[in-house]
Design a protein around this ligand. Structure first.
Ligand SMILES: Nc1ncnc2c1ncn2[C@@H]1O[C@H](COP(=O)(O)OP(=O)(O)O)[C@@H](O)[C@H]1O
Ligand SMILES: [Mg+2]
Length: 367
């Protein structure tokens, strides 16, 4: 048996471009070269795809010089990785695509749509689950529909905020007392997220969130511990032991996540057995509710006073550095990083086989 050909995608058109490069570095380092033929593909902030063994280093330096412009075509009869210039030609067949892309145009279902069209196996959730997990408003609507616990929230469009600001402020203030959390609905890494403590802060927060998305979510802010669970699997997903984030900032901001090392990860999270079982069950319920696949990290707010768990969000392509919560929780649950990558690639192939069982031709005679 030959090696599996794995295309690893990183960078991308997203506020989380830089974070993706850090995640991709460790994925590339840990993919076993005896098992995999790895094709690193950097996607620039403009959205151009470039292949080359040193694509990651070059993208990190902000250049694509010497790299080959490539594409995956949305045409399953022309599979593989195509070089676009100087002439169009197939560079390689690809067995699995591993998108190590966070945020829009990577984690939100758009890329997954292309990969579905192309008919190639890929790591992680499909189109609908990716899109649902990316939009914090739609996600919470769905959780509510499944009777799963979420904090009180409201969604506004940018247009509405611009045209009717006083009504928006009034609706926010009717939702819950300050502090309110204001976020772009479709982003991550706490980019554009504000804890608004009064009306003036709320206005600024809405303006800021409106810069990053046309949908804005406002949530009741609760005094919370932050608990996270890693989930792995397709039809029969498994939950890891829970971990806890102790943010080094007032909340878990971009700074606390990436810029300083003030935040602490507690693995396992100091929870009772009951709490652990409860949060794992909720993680699996959320995962199934959005029909996730492959992997996801499910994040919770644990109310410090009432002890209630709220599902905060699902990340379908969670941070993937060796110090990131997703792989660390699996390591602590008995699955080391390289084995986790192997499992994710297996799950991608398994899901493709499952998808290929679906009939696309219909003949009334056969039913
Ligand atoms: N409703 C809330 N109550 C209390 N803290 C919150 C709430 N929503 C978000 N936070 C804080 O803000 C951080 C970022 O919000 P989150 O919804 O996780 O966005 P992102 O996708 O950017 O990570 C959380 O990790 C938490 O520290
Ligand atoms: Mg988060």
């Amino acid at each position: 048996m030959g090696k599996l050909r794995v295309a690893v995608l990183f960078g991308g058109r997203s506020g989380e471009h830089a974070v993706s490069l850090v995640s991709a570095r460790s994925v590339l380092q840990h993919l076993d070269p005896n098992k995999y033929e790895v094709y690193p593909i950097g996607i620039t902030l403009e959205g151009a795809w470039y292949f080359g063994q040193d694509a990651l280093a070059l993208l990190q330096q902000g250049t694509t010089q010497g790299l080959k412009p490539v594409a995956i075509l949305p045409d399953p009869t022309r599979p593989g990785l195509w070089q676009l210039a100087p002439v169009l030609e197939r560079l390689a067949q690809v067995d699995v695509v591993f998108p190590v892309l966070h945020g829009p145009y990577g984690e939100d279902g758009t890329l997954q749509g292309l990969l579905e069209m192309a008919g190639v196996a890929y790591v992680g959730a499909g189109v609908a689950a990716s899109a649902l997990a990316m939009d914090k408003g739609l996600f919470k609507d769905l959780m509510r529909a499944h009777g799963l616990p979420v904090v009180r929230y409201r969604v506004f469009t940018r247009r509405r905020w611009e045209q009717d600001p006083e009504a928006v402020i009034a609706e926010c203030e009717a939702l819950a007392p300050y502090p309110l959390f204001v976020k772009p609905a479709n982003l991550g890494s706490s980019v554009g997220v504000t804890k608004a403590k009064d009306r003036a802060g709320l206005r600024q927060a809405l303006d800021l969130a409106a810069r990053y998305d046309r949908r804005i979510i406002v949530e009741e802010g609760i005094p919370a511990r932050e608990i996270e669970v890693s989930v792995l699997g397709n039809e029969d997903p498994q939950a890891s032991i829970p971990g806890e984030i102790v943010p080094g900032d007032e909340f878990y901001t971009y700074r606390a996540k990436y810029l300083d090392d003030s935040s602490r990860l507690l693995i396992p999270a100091p929870l009772t057995e009951d709490q652990t079982a409860q949060v794992q069950a909720l993680a699996l319920a959320a995962y199934r509710a959005i029909d996730a696949a492959g992997m996801a990290r499910v994040d919770f707010l644990l109310h410090k006073e009432t002890g209630a768990f709220y599902i905060s969000e699902v990340n379908t392509i969670p941070g993937f550095t060796p110090i990131s919560m997703y792989p660390k929780l699996w390591e602590a649950s008995g699955l080391p990083y390289p084995a986790l990558l192997d499992r994710l690639i297996e799950l991608a192939l398994e899901r493709k086989r499952e998808r290929d069982r679906t009939r696309i031709r219909y003949t009334p005679e056969e039913g």
